[in-house]
Ligand binder design. Structure first.
Ligand SMILES: Nc1ncnc2c1ncn2[C@@H]1O[C@H](COP(=O)(O)OP(=O)(O)OP(=O)(O)O)[C@@H](O)[C@H]1O
Length: 237
């Protein structure tokens, strides 16, 4: 579903934020992407979603290259950034309709799914309010609903649980599991190792832009906790 091959990204000032990264995310995977602050997670995610250009390597979504076929790739993905920068002068419902228009979702379908996901995220009562009046968590919820509404085959999420209250975080975890059971795939970054350990069937750990380990969560972790393994790998590499 998502293949990252030998990806390297160097910023203009010369900082190599991602260094020869190779990962494969398959249909049905909930793939956790873990690393210290500044490890290169957001940079990788922005390359995958076509926001950042990269000089070396290749990124393919369902076999299509984000470099040469960006529109086809973007049709298949939903991106939930760590700091949703939404159109502040729209109301929540206007924004969801705008996203539904972009992805050509029928009126009937959007009405049903907006209601379903807004109810689940407990945002229905605020959908008529301007986004500028929303808290960080409410913006995060709106970004999540907008992703779910167009039912993509690949979800890319950057720290999706930050700012969510415990109930919304629980709902999101359940939705993530359900979407992957239905055949989507999720690639997401997180610092919350307990969540990654419980939720992800696969995990990758990066340090200074380089992949340290990746694979089935149980194999990566062995008999230890993910926290122990993470700390050992980060200290020893
Ligand atoms: N626009 C930029 N220009 C130059 N360097 C950048 C830029 N954005 C990020 N970097 C650098 O690239 C490296 C990777 O940053 P990135 O944001 O990808 O890390 P991260 O793993 O997402 O970190 P965090 O967990 O703190 O969000 C860091 O050293 C950072 O300083």
């Amino acid at each position: 579903m998502l293949t990252i091959s030998n990806l390297s990204k160097t910023y203009k000032g010369g900082k190599k934020a991602v260094d020869n990264l190779t990962l494969e995310i398959k249909k049905g995977d909930i793939y956790g992407f873990i690393g210290h602050n500044g490890a290169g997670k957001t940079t990788t995610i922005k390359c995958v979603t076509g926001i950042l250009e990269f000089s070396e390597g290749d990124i393919r979504i369902d076999g299509k290259s984000i470099k040469t076929d960006p529109l086809e790739c973007k049709r298949r993905i939903a991106y939930i950034p760590d700091n949703p920068d939404l159109y502040e002068n729209m109301t929540g419902i206007q924004y969801l309709n705008f996203i539904s228009d972009v992805f050509a979702i029928s009126a009937e379908e959007r009405e049903k799914s907006i209601k379903q996901y807004a109810d689940m995220m407990e945002l229905t009562a605020s959908l008529g309010d301007l986004i500028s009046s929303y808290s960080h968590g409410m913006k995060q919820k709106l970004a999540i609903i907008s992703a779910l509404v167009h039912n993509p085959s690949l979800y890319i999420m950057d720290e999706p649980f930050v700012g969510l209250d415990p109930k919304a975080a629980h709902t999101l975890k359940e939705l993530m599991k359900e979407k992957c059971r239905q055949g989507s795939a999720i690639f997401f970054s997180t610092h919350v190792l307990e969540v990654a350990e419980k939720l992800c069937n696969k995990i990758a750990i990066i340090k200074d832009g380089k992949l340290i380990t990746s694979g089935e969560t149980d194999t990566v972790r062995g008999n230890s906790s993910l926290e122990q393994i993470f700390l050992e790998l980060i200290d020893n590499e």
